[in-house]
Design a protein around this ligand. Structure first.
Ligand code: CIR
Length: 254
């Protein structure tokens, strides 16, 4: 699957007020977060992706996490209804931007759905049921994508904000998973590549055009990905992590 385009959104001035379940007590350095985001966008571009950057959205500290606002496959985008009420106002502008590239459809109440819970591998959507994504939200993924040839598998998410906090697509056959985070039979039919539980944060990689973006500071994960003969690009996302974000959250790849 060649990625040609990506949507991102810049870090807002109030990023240090982003929602977090796991306050570390460490203040987010907004300037550093911006530099890390700039490096992320540059890495996508270096992988041959045409990146469209939306401007920060006033009043939405979590706005850079565009992944949660829409999912796309098969030539259509489903605009989500984020589970965190404070984030619902982010989705319309993401939907409008994607609308320049493909048809879009919406998610209506009572459904809640976060893109961070939606992992697509080949023609399968794994959809996490989490504090952010409810039964109606997961069902909405099936309504939109099943008629287009996709299978939807629901996954119960425990001890994580989103499904993709603990796993990510490597390619259409392989999934990177943090050891012990999910039932191993869940991904039957796919090759599961495990990383140690101690590096679970790094399971969230961005695999793009033959390269894999990996969070810096997780040497075992970088080694495991490199052993698959995939070039690794490490990126420091310390400030993104303080806001419960990781690599995939920062873009929608098309
Ligand atoms: C939130 O709590 O919604 C944001 N602070 C972090 C969202 C991260 N998104 C993602 O993992 N897909």
């Amino acid at each position: 699957m060649r990625v040609t385009r990506a949507l991102t959104r810049g870090i807002s001035d109030d990023f240090d007020e982003a929602t977090t379940q796991t306050p570390s007590g460490e203040r987010i350095d907004v300037g550093l977060a911006r530099r890390q985001h700039t490096a992320y966008v540059a890495a996508l571009r270096a992988c041959g992706v045409d990146v469209v950057e939306l401007p920060p959205l006033a009043g939405f500290a979590d706005g850079c996490f565009v992944e949660d606002c829409a999912i796309q496959a098969g030539g259509i985008a489903l605009v989500t209804r984020p589970g965190a009420p404070s984030r619902r106002g982010e989705a319309p502008s993401v939907g409008a931007a994607l609308g320049a590239w493909m048809p879009t459809v919406q998610t209506r109440p009572p459904a809640t759905l976060d893109g961070g819970d939606c992992l697509r591998v080949g023609t399968t959507w794994f959809v996490g049921r989490s504090d952010r994504t409810n039964a109606e939200g997961a069902a909405r993924v099936g309504e939109v994508f099943a008629p287009r040839g996709f299978r939807v598998v629901e996954v119960q998410v425990r001890d994580a904000l989103h499904l993709k906090c603990v796993c990510a697509r490597i390619d259409d056959e392989r999934i990177l998973v943090a050891h012990g985070a999910l039932a191993t039979d869940l991904f039957d039919g796919f090759e599961v590549v495990e990383i140690p539980a101690t590096e679970s944060y790094a399971a969230n990689v961005v695999s793009v055009n033959g390269h894999v973006l990996v969070a810096a500071g997780f040497p075992e994960t970088a080694r495991i990905v490199a052993s698959l003969r995939l070039p690794v690009v490490t990126l420091d996302v310390s400030e993104i992590r303080k806001a419960d974000g990781s690599l995939t959250c920062l873009s929608i790849l098309v």
